[in-house]
Every structure is written in C-alpha cells, then in structure tokens.
Write a protein that binds this ligand. Structure first.
Ligand code: NAD
Length: 451
C-alpha cells in the first residue's frame, strides 16, 4: 500500500518504519525542518528500542518528503501522528491535527481515487465527527464516507517497546466513517502485525471513547494495586506482591499492570485519565472512579517520603536511582520519580540522582534542586539512604555489597519494586514498598533489629 505519515516523532517514525519494513511504500513528512534534515541524511532523531535496526530495513521503502501535498497525492492512506497536548482543563488540543487536515483537505479536492485520512493522534471523543469530518468536507468539497474515508486509529504502545507493541498488539482499534475505510485499515494492519491481532472496527465515536476508557481502566488497575500495597504496609506479615500475583491469576482480573510500586506516569496514562474526566464533564456526568485513581497515584510519593522519614531525618543524603517514568526511555514527563525528588528536596534532604538515559531531561525540571551523578556508584557515595525508583534492569545487576561500602554507615535501601529481594545486599537495611513490617524477616538484611 502507498502510505503517507504526517509527524515523525516518537510514535510516527516507528509507525512509518514498521509499515515500510513490512514492504509498504511510505512517505514521511514532519513540520520540523531539523527532523526532515536528519532523516534525509538517514540519521535517526528518535531514541527508541530497535528503531535503528528497523530503519535500516525500512529505508528502501521509506522516503522523506518536504512536500506534504505531494505526499498525500501519491498515497492511498494518510496517517496523522502529531502532538495533541493536554490543555489545563484536561482536554486535548486538536490544533496540530487541524493543521495537517488543512494540507490534506485541498489535495482531496483533486484526488481521483478514494483516500483514507487516518488520525492516530490521541483526540477527544467527538473530534472526528464534529471537527475533522466537517473540516475535510469543507476543504475538499467532497463527502466523507463516500468520496474519502476518515479513520481514528490510536495506538496502545509504551515508550521503550513501541515497535514490539506495534507489531504484536493485543488490540488494533479502528474507528471508521464507512465500511470501505474500515476494511482497508484492517488489511493494512493484518499485513503488518505479527500476531493474529484482535482488530476491532467500529464507529469513530466508539473508537474515541474506547481509547480513553482503555487507558483509564489501566490506571484504575495500577491504583488498586497501589492501594493494596499501602494497606499491606500497615498489616504485619502482609506482602502486596504475593497477594496481587494471586489476584492476577484469576482470568477476570489478569496479571498485567497489577503491581504495587511507584504508580503510573508518562505521556499517556495520566493525561488520558484526565481527558476521560473532561469527557464526562462535557457530557454533564460525574465519573467517580477516575479522580480517585489519580488521587491514589499522587499520594504514592508522599507515602514513600513518610516511610523514609521514619528512618531518616533531614539533612541526610539520599541517593535516587532512576528518574524516567519507566525503564527503557529517557522520558520524565509526569514521572513519579521526579515528584519523589522534589518532595525529598523540599523536606530538606540532600538529593543525589542517577538515571542511565534521563539525566538531562530531569535537569530541565529539577534544576539545581538535586546533584546529578554520572553513574550509580557516584550517586550512592556517602548516602544515608538509597531509593530504587525506576526499575531499570541495570540496577538489579549492580554489585550491591560494594555499593553498601560506598554509602554512609548503616545505609537504608528502599526498593519501590521489590526487585532486589533475595539479593546479597550486605549491610543495607532493606525496605520494600507494599510490605508490612512483620513480613520483613526474609526481606531485611542486617542489622534488622533497628527496624
Ligand atoms: N509516544 C507515545 O507513547 C504515544 C502513545 C499513544 C499515543 N500517542 C499519541 O500520538 C501523538 C504523537 O505523539 P508522539 O509521542 O509521537 O509525539 P512527538 O512529539 O514525539 O512527535 C510529534 C511529531 O509531529 C511533528 N509535527 C507537529 N506538528 C506537525 C504538523 N502540523 N505537521 C507535521 N508534523 C508535525 C513534530 O515536529 C514531531 O516530530 C499524540 O497525540 C500522542 O498522544 C503517543
């Protein structure tokens, strides 16, 4: 198929490369001339697992263009993957999507063949029918669903595993203005995805609501696990991980996203939850779960700080390992780790931080509130407490007995994910989120009596 992709950022470039590597002819356009320049020189401006290798396979079928109108003219499907930033009221801005439609619409006027306009960017429910369809019909002078198709086709991917998630989806969600467009998109995804993916084709409005609901439901699951973890911390002998693993074995519940830890962050979950709430306000309806889910999530850094303060007073030195909102990405947007850093620094602790990828991004947010360390060893040096925040595999592989020697006397190690349980932690006093103190026999290493 001939495909044009508008927006070659974190999701758009991966999408373009996936389709091109699967043999489709893809032409990509981005409004940022720096992105175009880099890609024309076959340099990859996006840091994402496996993208360099995928681009190497994709280049024979992937063209970069600085002529967006020609990109539409020469293709059957145009994918729009541009930013839709959240506004203060939680709704997403359609500004960049409308800018791209402003290019596509006039081209459709002269297009002889049926063209599908596919919005991949996350948008507010109602946008397709109330904003995009009328805009395209006005600019093209044609009828949506008869002369051209409109599709809403959001992705459910996580940064750091975008390509894997794209090629192995649980669900491909396609909202379509008409059966022909839905079928075309179904064929396109069937040709690209490894699995016999579950492809759901539905109306535009249903797809828009499904996208927000799905992410909002996941935040609810994560917050349930964290509420359970907070409860277990108050019950001697209780271990949230043991309980949530058992819960996850029930097929009505499922194991994914049911782990107590530091909660959710990043560029999708928090804002999709807020947008779901905004959708309800627009519909003059009160949703009650979604705001509580956010409140539970926001309370986790506070809970962590409280736990630490039971063992340590300011101005003790605290080493924070991991600042990205999750492993395998440099993104710190809505990262719970940064909130922990801010709250500890504001409480008077001296904070040293490390992250294998996100140090510079964190510096933009935290400024000189903390000390930035080039490696975990420098970060842990002289620390009264070490907190494992982002679950990078690198941290599990560290030589913890050596780190214990670098840290201050009788250092505390607070593990937010239970990753270091069972490891030789030498003199670290081990604490784990989601574990009641009575259960600490097997968790706490010498000198356990202090706890
Ligand atoms: N990244 C994710 O994890 C993820 C996951 C699901 C959904 N999404 C959604 O996908 C959309 C894009 O996200 P992203 O993370 O790829 O953003 P991004 O900021 O990484 O990339 C967006 C790209 O679009 C370009 N752009 C902006 N305006 C443009 C225009 N008018 N014409 C052409 N290009 C333009 C920008 O220069 C940039 O390169 C958003 O709506 C986001 O919510 C992203």
């Amino acid at each position: 198929m001939n495909i044009s992709v508008f927006g070659l950022g974190k999701l758009g470039l991966c999408t373009a490369a996936c389709f091109a590597a699967r043999g489709h002819q893809v032409v990509g356009y981005d409004a940022n001339p720096e992105v175009i320049r880099a890609l024309l020189a076959h340099q990859n401006p996006v840091q994402e697992t496996g993208l360099d290798d995928l681009l190497a396979q994709a280049w024979p079928n992937l063209t970069i263009s600085d002529n967006p109108a020609a990109a539409v003219r020469d293709t059957e499907v145009s994918l729009i993957i541009v930013p839709t930033p959240s506004q203060p009221d939680g709704r997403f801005s359609n500004h960049a999507v409308a800018a791209v439609l402003g290019i596509i619409g006039p081209v459709l006027r002269h297009q002889k063949t049926f063209h599908v306009v596919d919005v991949v960017s996350t948008v507010m429910p109602g946008s397709s029918d109330q904003v995009f369809r009328p805009l395209l019909e006005k600019l093209s002078g044609k009828t949506c669903g008869r002369d051209f198709g409109l599709v809403y086709n959001p992705e459910f991917i996580a940064l750091g595993s975008v390509i894997h998630n794209f090629l192995n989806p649980d669900l491909v969600l396609i909202g379509a203005s008409d059966p022909r467009s839905g079928d075309l998109m179904r064929r396109l995804y069937q040709s690209a995805c490894h699995d016999q993916a579950n492809i759901a084709v539905m109306s535009l409005i249903n797809a828009e609501i499904t996208k927000l609901s799905l992410n909002c439901f996941i935040t609810m699951k994560i917050s349930f696990a964290n509420e359970l973890a907070a409860l277990c911390e108050r019950i001697p002998g209780a271990e949230a991980d043991v309980i949530s693993q058992a819960l996850g074995a029930d097929s009505r519940i499922g194991a994914k996203c049911l782990k107590g830890g530091l909660g959710f962050g990043g560029p999708c979950f928090p804002r999709d939850n807020l947008a779901f709430q905004a959708l309800a306000r627009d519909a003059d309806w009160e949703v009650r779960l979604a705001p509580k889910v956010v409140r539970i999530n926001r309370s986790i850094p506070e809970r962590l700080v409280r736990l630490l303060r039971r063992h340590l007073s300011p101005p003790g030195r605290v080493a924070l390992l991991g600042l990205a909102y999750k492993p395998d990405t440099p993104i710190v947007e809505e990262s719970q780790s940064l909130m922990v850093a801010q709250q500890l620094a504001q409480s008077g602790f001296a904070i040293q931080v490390h992250d294998p990828q996100a140090l510079e991004q964190a510096r933009d947010v935290l400024g000189d509130l903390v000390t930035y360390c080039p490696d975990p060893q420098a970060c842990v040096k002289g620390a009264a407490a070490v907190v494992l925040l982002t679950n990078w595999p690198l941290y599990a592989r560290l030589d913890w007995p050596t780190l214990a020697e670098l840290a201050g006397p009788e250092p505390i190690l607070l593990d937010c994910w239970g990753t270091l349980r069972g490891k030789d932690l030498a003199t670290f006093r081990y604490l784990c989120l989601g574990v009641g103190t009575g259960a600490t026999e097997d968790l706490i290493y010498a000198p356990a009596a202090n706890l």
